[in-house]
Ligand binder design. Structure first.
Ligand code: SF4
Length: 175
């Protein structure tokens, strides 16, 4: 690795302050947008916007079985599962070529969440927090050794240190 090359990290675009959320807002995360920003090269991705859902857009949710949840639009019930799967497979394949050293993702998102995303019961029962976002599921399956963390967990100094150590180690070994 050339000494000058910064680790390249994928990130949920809303965490960098981009106004890509369903309601036109963002979820700027200070650690990412201020502390890490000068040290890394970002590859921001908003799966829902890139899928063409627009800003603003109706919120979407995971529903059904946690092992294979459906991704549906709130209210209309439109099923986006197949569309997101096809998009994610193609997008992740393009990301593989970028030799990413890590990924920071937005917690609780039906597209970006890494773990414990609410999966809703279509019959109206309580949601179960054991889902994985529809885009992240494809990313983590294709790149199982990629260090992935959520912005919320990175507030923990120990988890942050472990994540950054894995990122730097992977960056050193990148071609
Ligand atoms: S959580 Fe993911 S899909 Fe939702 S706004 Fe942020 S980047 Fe886009």
């Amino acid at each position: 690795v050339p000494a000058t090359r910064k680790p390249r990290l994928g990130i949920s675009a809303c965490l960098l302050g981009r106004r890509v959320r369903w309601d036109g807002g963002h979820r700027r995360d200070a650690f990412c947008a201020e502390v890490l920003d000068p040290l890394v090269e970002w590859v921001p991705v908003c799966p829902e916007v890139e899928l063409g859902l627009g800003i603003p857009r109706p919120p979407i949710r995971l529903t059904g079985r946690s092992e294979a949840p459906r991704l549906v639009v709130d209210g209309s019930g439109e099923d986006l599962t197949a569309r997101m799967q096809a998009f994610a497979e193609a997008r992740v394949e393009a990301l593989v070529a970028l030799d990413l050293s890590g990924w920071i993702t937005k917690r609780d998102s039906p597209s970006c969440g890494m773990a414990q995303v609410p999966v809703h019961d279509p019959r109206g029962g309580p949601a179960v927090r054991d889902g994985v976002g529809a885009f992240l599921r494809v990313l983590m399956a294709r790149l199982p050794h990629l260090p992935v963390e959520e912005e919320g967990r990175l507030a923990d100094p120990l988890l942050r240190e472990r994540f950054m150590a894995r990122v730097l180690d992977r960056a050193r070994r990148a071609p």
